[in-house]
Design a binder for this molecule. Structure first.
Ligand code: PEP
Ligand code: MG
Length: 316
């Protein structure tokens, strides 16, 4: 029993019945890498490249980028590293990449992958540096684009990745349209990663930076759970993986529900990993599915949480 407890504390993410759910870390700077390793992350599920570009008048050079990407890949030999291309704009403004015109609603403006339509050279430089860093690395590199709205954008990004010599290209699901059309998108890309922070923002038309709207940002909202279910189901029709890398994955009870909705990996701020690992290990996949169905059937976020908890007997 002691050995089982120890395995649950440090081993790979799994449900009580042995269904594997890789538990990965969100990394937004070099310090986060240490925390990821210290908390037993199996890899990186969201490497936010913005930190390399912050507070500068010019983008970092090819060699600087390549070195940063090599560092994260080298930290997880044999593991998976999901790098997100630059997500500039709105809540992540970058001095050298201003939106091309006046924007009354920056969250609905030129941002994320859209920004690369006008600055293709920034995307090419980033993909090139990633491909060079991956050559000879023992980690499995997966590259994904933020803020993808549909198949035209997804196809464009996948083609750019392939042209750069990158083999695995995915997208974030953080716009409701992408979740609604997940089955189409799953034919085009290799994997999904759901960004629940932005997906909640756009689903409820509630700015994620406005504390007064926090209750509308609650990831337990049944409408958000419905969209997660749609995305995961769409991915499954094409045998593609569907992770979650938004804050929702860091809530141990919600993590069980996400697995019950069909999510195949969870990425979170590293300090949350031990609690999520332990809670998942105390519940079977079937219990997670029952809890997820109960949560989706509830009318409010509060009731969804209570319903899920009632169906997860191993909660302390
Ligand atoms: C998200 O939107 O949920 C996400 C993970 O990306 P970010 O928080 O960096 O926008
Ligand atoms: Mg986002």
């Amino acid at each position: 029993a002691r050995q089982a407890l120890l395995a649950a504390a440090t081993g790979p993410g799994r449900t009580a019945d042995g269904h594997l759910v890789p538990l990965l870390a969100n990394v937004g700077g070099p310090k986060d890498l240490e925390a990821a390793l210290a908390n037993g992350a199996e890899g990186v599920g969201l490497y936010r490249t913005e930190f390399l570009f912050l507070d500068r008048a010019e983008p970092p050079g090819a060699e600087e980028q390549e070195a940063a990407y090599r560092a994260v890949l080298n930290a997880f030999p044999g593991g998976r590293v999901v790098v997100r291309t630059l997500d500039a704009g709105a809540d992540k403004p970058l001095a050298f990449l201003p939106p091309p015109g006046e924007e009354p609603n920056p969250a609905l403006g030129e941002r994320g992958l859209r920004m690369f339509r006008v600055h293709q050279e920034v995307m090419s430089a980033q993909l090139g540096a990633l491909a060079r860093a991956a050559a000879g690395s023992r980690a499995k590199l997966q590259v994904m684009a933020p803020m993808v709205a549909g198949t035209t954008e997804a196809e464009w990004f996948v083609r750019a990745c392939h042209e750069a010599g990158l083999h695995e290209a995915g997208i974030m699901i953080e716009i409701p349209a992408a979740a609604l059309r997940a089955a189409d998108l799953a034919r085009v890309v290799d994997f999904f990663s759901i960004g629940t922070n932005d997906l909640a923002q756009y689903t409820f038309a509630a700015d994620r930076q406005l504390a007064s709207l926090a209750s509308l940002q609650d990831p337990w909202q049944p409408a958000l759970l419905d969209l997660v279910h749609l995305a995961a189901t769409g991915a499954r029709t094409q045998a593609k993986g569907c992770g979650v890398c938004g804050e929702a994955a860091a809530d141990p009870v919600l993590a069980c529900v996400l697995v019950g909705l069909g999510v195949t990996s969870l990425s979170m701020g590293a300090p949350a990993l031990p609690a999520v690992r332990a809670t998942l290990a105390r519940h079977t996949r079937e219990q997670c599915e029952v809890a997820a169905t109960a949560a989706r059937a509830a009318p409010t976020a509060q009731e969804a949480r209570a319903a899920a908890r009632a169906h997860l007997p191993g909660l302390s």
